[in-house]
Ligand binder design. Structure first.
Ligand SMILES: [Zn+2]
Length: 135
């Protein structure tokens, strides 16, 4: 039921995953971010020969949304082809948390074999988070 609610978001993440620039790891990731107003912004991972400059799909989607004037997010779908659905890395969890108002659903999708989908709130992936209230 919840998966159907996010099907458009999942499809957008699947589509943008194909544009991933991952010549080194070959680990392609697509992310689609759902704003409170229903708009969707996408991002894919972008690697670099200087590995530390690589940026994740999730952060690219978030930065894309911010650049378009959006900063209230409801959910993000992350699509990978791996043994298990992937959680966003710690850096992406922290950046998502900056814009966390009523919690954000993380929809983790693995397209290897039969598609698997897991949905977890950000608060579960980043408990006792550091945020503006911590300053
Ligand atoms: Zn990340």
């Amino acid at each position: 039921m919840e998966i159907q609610k996010y099907q458009t978001l999942i499809d957008a993440a699947k589509a943008v995953r194909k544009k991933s620039y991952a010549p080194y790891s070959k680990f392609k990731v697509g992310a689609a971010l759902l704003c409170n107003d229903g708009e969707i912004f996408v991002g894919c991972n972008v690697e670099n020969a200087s590995f530390g400059l690589t940026c994740c799909a999730e952060r690219n989607a978030i930065f894309n949304a911010i650049a378009m004037g959006k900063n209230k997010f409801r959910a993000i779908a992350v699509v990978v082809n791996s043994p298990q659905p992937c959680t966003p890395c710690g850096a992406c969890r922290q950046v998502l948390n900056e814009f966390n108002i009523d919690d954000i659903d993380i929809i983790m999708v693995n397209i290897r074999g039969k598609t698997k989908v897991e949905i977890t709130p950000l608060s579960e992936l980043l408990p006792r988070s550091f945020d503006a209230k911590s300053l």
